[in-house]
Design a protein around this ligand. Structure first.
Ligand SMILES: *Cc1c(COP(=O)(O)O)cnc(C)c1O
Length: 579
């Protein structure tokens, strides 16, 4: 064993019966929860996330720190990051790698493990970052790295890119994460109680454990928790067995691979489901949809959350601190938000709004104003999110904008190979041009965490128009709710659980259970979108500001206490980790 390479500063002495024993980190009893995730969205400076999955991982780590849960995260060190986006005036996306310097933020650990790939021994190194909770409590996050001198030039690149598209490259990445990750935690001395696999990219964890426990699937299931995030079959990670064999060799007898990973090809979601004692989807609706995809599995629901303190803007943090001290560690205290005087809440909101509008006006040329009702929409630019839905009837939108001032701010990147997503961004730019003179608009390039933070606090209304049932949960609307920004959203994902019409926000389109055709659904969505905007939302904003502020308070007090990662982690602890 690589005992010598264990970093000294992690060694502690523990009493084991009558004996003293050396151990590492804080886990003499094997009570650590190891959380595996392909992406982590901690800050804009560490660009190893593409969207909500990574943000959720970071917020989960912060919540674990807040709650003092013995926890360690494992991910890959994507040195070349996800990519930076710039846009031509027509909205054509230009991509550039986003290289960053890990040594500025992380500590290199002296530990190494190996993973066999294509018959070679690939060395895997590790870096560490302490993720902070609100009062300085921390949990470690381990980044696996193959960029080591001992590796071939090609192997050194395995951990470089987030979501490399080439199947062989992707498989190697997932092998490093799952197999290398389990070995790395061992070598670092963590004694793991549960392996939590965040999405199918990490399911090789279960494979490595199956090998370790000599094909005893029950032993693996006792240790594994699996969270699925995708609502469609096509989005699941699938590898042909030929490829698996050529890269992983005979890591497991093929009959076992096929038994747990699927008969015809290795389905990483199926692998996770088959080898975990607890599996869940990320909202009630998503769990239902997942059960239809995998009818033989008992898929529970644990709805995602956001880390409250992280996503509340500066001015509101100060206000919550003043009236509801302790809220940042216990977001449920926000249920008393009614004790905050309305004018102070409005002032704090306007401060965030000004900051956003100033930022937008600095970046774009449309001179947005502080006084206009501002609609925000920012998310990964991919088909089902439907960035263009709000522009479906420009004549109607212009007419609405003539009566009451309205402005729209959007943002979002398309994945490198998502041609439809890129076209959608161009279409948004065309529509925005057509609206000029009637409705002010802006599209912010290079959507990232810092832009998200400004937008979810500084807009008045947060628009969400996914095509049901593709939004497994969605979390940006929860960030908005924490800031008193009102959700106007299609009934999908988390909004089905948070929505109370005219109280916490507004619905767009029918309930997903409604038995109607896709065309009818679309027409109802457009009707709600424009009619509610024209007759309910804009009049309330301009003519009944007191009612508007009451809705802001409702949104904070009803949604924030429930849709946060501290609440979410309590559920994981009780239902999954303690089982
Ligand atoms: C919160 C967040 C997301 C996820 O938002 P959704 O509403 O779930 O799409 C994606 N990207 C960034 C940068 C975020 O902050």
């Amino acid at each position: 064993m690589a005992k010598k390479s264990r970093p000294k500063d992690l060694t502690i002495i523990v009493r084991d019966g009558n004996q003293l024993r050396r151990t590492f980190m804080q886990t003499p009893n094997g009570n650590i929860i190891a959380y595996f995730t392909m992406e982590v969205g901690l800050s804009s400076e560490i660009p190893i996330y593409s969207g909500g999955l990574g943000i959720l991982a970071a917020d989960t780590l912060r919540a674990a720190a807040d709650l003092g849960i013995p926890f360690v995260g494992v991910t890959l060190l994507n040195r070349r990051g996800y990519y930076k986006q710039s846009l031509t005036p027509e909205g054509k996306q230009i991509e550039e790698l986003d290289e960053w310097d890990p040594s500025k933020y992380l500590t290199k650990l002296p530990t190494e493990v190996t993973v066999g790939l294509e018959g070679r021994s690939v060395k895997v190194g590790a870096w560490k970052l302490e993720v902070k909770g609100v009062d300085g409590s921390r949990v470690p996050l381990i980044f696996l790295d193959t960029n080591l001198d001992a590796n071939t030039a090609i192997d050194r690149e395995i951990t470089s890119l987030l979501y490399g598209d080439d199947r062989a490259y992707r498989l190697k990445q997932e092998a490093i994460l799952g197999i290398g990750g389990v070995r790395m935690l061992d070598t670092l001395g963590y004694s793991v109680k549960k392996y939590h696999m965040n999405e199918g990219h990490t399911s090789f964890v279960a494979l490595e454990l199956l090998r370790r426990y000599e094909m005893d699937a029950e032993a693996v299931r006792r240790r594994c928790v699996f969270t699925t995030h995708t609502p469609t079959n096509s989005a699941h990670d699938i590898f042909h067995y030929d490829l698996v064999k050529s890269i992983l060799g005979d890591i497991l007898p093929e009959e076992h691979l096929r038994r747990y990973g699927g008969h015809d090809a290795l389905n990483m979601t199926l692998l996770g489901l088959n080898l975990s004692g607890f599996v869940n989807g990320v909202s009630k609706k998503h769990a239902e949809v997942s059960k239809q995809l995998f009818p033989n599995h008992d898929i529970k629901a644990i709805t995602n959350g956001v880390h409250s303190y992280t996503w509340v803007c500066r001015s509101l943090r100060a206000l919550y601190d003043k009236y509801l001290p302790g809220w940042s560690k216990e977001p449920e205290l926000l249920s008393r938000v009614d004790i905050i005087p309305s004018d102070e809440l409005w002032e704090a909101h306007m401060e965030a709004k000004k900051e956003l509008i100033d930022f937008v006006n600095q970046k774009t040329s449309n001179n947005l104003t502080y006084d206009a009702l501002t609609i925000g929409f920012a998310r990964r630019a991919t088909g089902y999110k439907r960035h263009t839905l709000v522009f479906s009837d420009l004549r109607r939108l212009k007419k609405i904008g003539k009566v009451n001032k309205l402005q729209i701010i959007m943002s979002g990147k398309a994945h490198l190979n998502d041609i439809y997503g890129k076209e959608m961004i161009e279409a948004v730019h065309r529509h925005m041009k057509e609206l000029s003179g009637c409705i002010k608009t802006a599209y912010l390039e290079n959507y990232n965490i810092s832009i998200a933070a400004k937008m979810v606090a500084g807009c008045d209304v947060w628009l969400n128009t996914p095509l049901p049932p593709y939004e497994a949960c969605g979390t940006s609307g929860m960030k908005a709710a924490h800031n008193g920004v009102l959700n106007f959203s299609v009934l999908d994902g988390w909004w089905l659980e948070g929505w109370v019409e005219n109280v916490t926000g507004w619905a767009i389109g029918p309930h997903p259970d409604a038995q109607i055709s896709a065309e009818e659904r679309y027409m109802k969505e457009l009707e709600d979108l424009y009619a509610k905007l024209e007759y309910i939302i804009l009049p309330k904003y301009y003519k009944a500001r007191g009612e508007w502020i009451n809705m802001m308070k409702n949104s904070i007090k009803i949604l924030a206490p429930r849709f946060n990662t501290n609440f979410m982690l309590h559920k994981y602890v009780v239902s999954a980790y303690l089982q």
